[in-house]
Design a protein around this ligand. Structure first.
Ligand SMILES: [Zn+2]
Length: 128
């Protein structure tokens, strides 16, 4: 009986481990149950870590590493001097707040008004 409990617990551990490696935790859990957690652990240890894959990191741009191109609105690396999507010249961002667009931007008071109106609308509609 204990072996079954160990088997399932070990398989769950494999699933969690696989998830940490950027792989499907559920699929690895099933695999571990089917072939044995020990074999699955060996396979998993031998498999490459997808979560540290630089290609995967490139596919998921985040505001921490990327900025939005002002010309084509695609995400490009902060350090980029030329947009890879449209080829327009960019100014590399050096950890500074993005300057607000002068002239066309909304004033702080207008933004507060819009936010209050949205909150009010949300309150009215969600109240019913
Ligand atoms: Zn661009």
């Amino acid at each position: 009986m204990e072996i079954i409990i160990f088997w399932v617990l070990a398989s769950i551990a494999i699933g969690v481990w696989a998830g940490n490696k950027g792989r499907s935790g559920f699929a690895w859990f099933i695999l571990a149950v089917l072939i044995s957690p020990i074999l699955a652990a060996i396979f998993l240890a031998a498999s490459s870590d997808l979560s540290k894959n630089p290609v995967a990191a490139l596919e998921a741009p985040s505001p921490k590493t990327h900025v939005t191109c002002p010309d084509c609105a695609e995400m490009v690396k902060k350090e980029a001097r030329v947009c890879k999507h449209c080829g327009c010249k960019l100014t590399p961002v050096v950890e500074a707040p993005v300057p607000t667009v002068g002239g066309t931007g909304l004033t702080g008071r207008q933004i507060i008004g819009i936010v209050l109106a949205l909150l009010l609308a949300y309150g009215i509609f969600s109240g019913r």
